[in-house]
Design a protein around this ligand. Structure first.
Ligand code: FAD
Length: 360
């Protein structure tokens, strides 16, 4: 039992794009930093999940990192010198941002569990406990990689890793790599690794490529679809499943090299590879699971926010408010799981929660 309990009106959990935007807007609404609201972040340093992204992910290979509200990226980071690693540039930007707006961030602090306590929310962490009247949860997805279970997985003598652990293609030199997944990360891995070694690419369904990049209309349509899902309490689903994968010049080149030859999902893993239902096999040294992430919400378990299907019914202007418990907002979840979405959702959540609690 922790001795000290810190009280605040609102605790923001997570200091990625979503948490920083929320904190900025709470400050703009006139709430006192450190007294009325605090931010708890598990990472030791600024940058949210960006600090963990693989080194070859640069500002030119990411989709796009939108500026946080009130400060441009270029004010903090000089990107003119060439390819800036996202894992360095974004943390640098976030660090400047946190300083400029004097955001009250405590780190590294991991929230273990949130529960109801005498009409308030008790937030247990690996340090002190906090007591709040409302929560903006902005914990992203990076902490909860999704790895599907296939028979024989424990027999495999090679290496299995997830996107989260991927660093560079060179570490697979001389090996055969099976890449699983049909999203943008899977394709980036495939592109890089297939230049170095032999690869096998498997996906559950036929990937849908699209010529050209996303238009703003595509983005809006995809977000509207995901928003509709969470308002109905369904699991959000991935945006790529709605928009298709843009066939960038890099992916076109990979296709021309023959690297985008896709196979259906294997049915089992063997000691030294993978096997399909028809008995055909592929020997492999590495299985790279580029199978995405789940929302990191386990610490909210005791609040019973989920429906039987595992989804959470969301409401509010941008669907950030949990219908069952209006004291809880989820930012960076569902329709706001992008840098631009997190910006907007942070604004909506800050205003709605502060209004609900009678703070403004
Ligand atoms: P995060 O950046 O993950 O921040 C969450 C923070 O919460 C972290 O600091 C974490 O430590 C903390 N946290 C988690 N659990 C706890 C806990 N229990 N207690 C305390 N703190 C906790 N989106 C785009 O818009 N453009 C892109 O180009 C783009 N590229 C991407 C590339 C990759 C490889 C991936 C995986 C995602 C990409 N995305 C991109 C989506 C991107 O993740 C989001 O847009 C955005 O960065 C997520 O911000 P966030 O604040 O929700 O989460």
């Amino acid at each position: 039992q922790a001795s000290a309990v810190f009280r605040a009106d609102i605790v923001v959990i997570g200091a990625g794009q979503a948490g920083l935007s929320s904190a900025y807007h709470l400050g703009r609404l006139g709430l006192a930093a450190g007294r009325q609201f605090v931010v708890l972040d598990r990472n030791p340093t600024p940058g949210g999940a960006w600090q963990h992204r693989w080194p070859s992910l640069t500002l030119s290979t990411v989709n796009r990192v939108h500026d946080l509200p009130g400060m441009q990226f270029s004010e903090a980071v000089d990107t003119s010198a060439g390819e800036a690693r996202a894992s360095e540039a974004v943390p640098q930007y976030f660090a400047s941002y946190e300083r400029r707006y004097r955001l009250p961030i405590y780190r590294p602090v991991t929230v273990k569990v949130v529960c109801e306590r005498f009409g308030r929310l008790r937030i247990e962490t690996d340090h002190e406990a906090f007591s709040a009247r409302g929560i903006i949860n902005a914990t992203g997805t990076w902490e909860t990689p999704n790895v599907p279970v296939y028979p024989g997985s424990e027999l495999f003598k090679g290496r299995q890793l997830h996107t989260r652990d991927y660093r560079t293609a060179e570490e697979f030199a001389g090996k055969h790599v099976v890449i699983v997944g049909g999203g943008i990360s899977a394709l980036q891995h495939l592109d890089e690794i297939s230049k170095v070694v032999d690869t096998t690419w498997v996906t559950r369904s036929e990937p849908r490529f699209r010529e050209g990049s996303f238009t703003p209309e595509d983005g809006r349509a995809a977000v509207a679809l995901v928003e509709d899902r969470v308002r109905r309490g369904l699991i959000p689903g991935s945006v790529v499943s709605v928009t298709g994968i843009p066939l960038t010049p890099a992916l076109q080149a990979a296709r021309d090299r023959g690297a985008l030859k896709r196979l259906p999902m294997f049915s089992e893993i063997t000691e030294d590879g993978v096997r399909w239902p028809d008995g055909s096999e592929q020997k492999a040294d590495v299985i790279l699971w580029a199978t995405g992430f789940r929302s990191s919400l386990d610490h909210l378990g005791p609040l019973g926010l989920r429906e039987d299907n595992g989804g959470i019914v969301m409401t509010g202007r941008l669907a950030t408010q949990v219908k069952k418990d209006p004291r809880i907002h989820l930012v960076g979840y569902g329709p706001s799981a992008s840098t631009i979405g997190a910006n907007r959702a942070g604004s909506a959540a800050a205003r709605e929660l502060a209004t609900f609690l009678g703070l403004i």
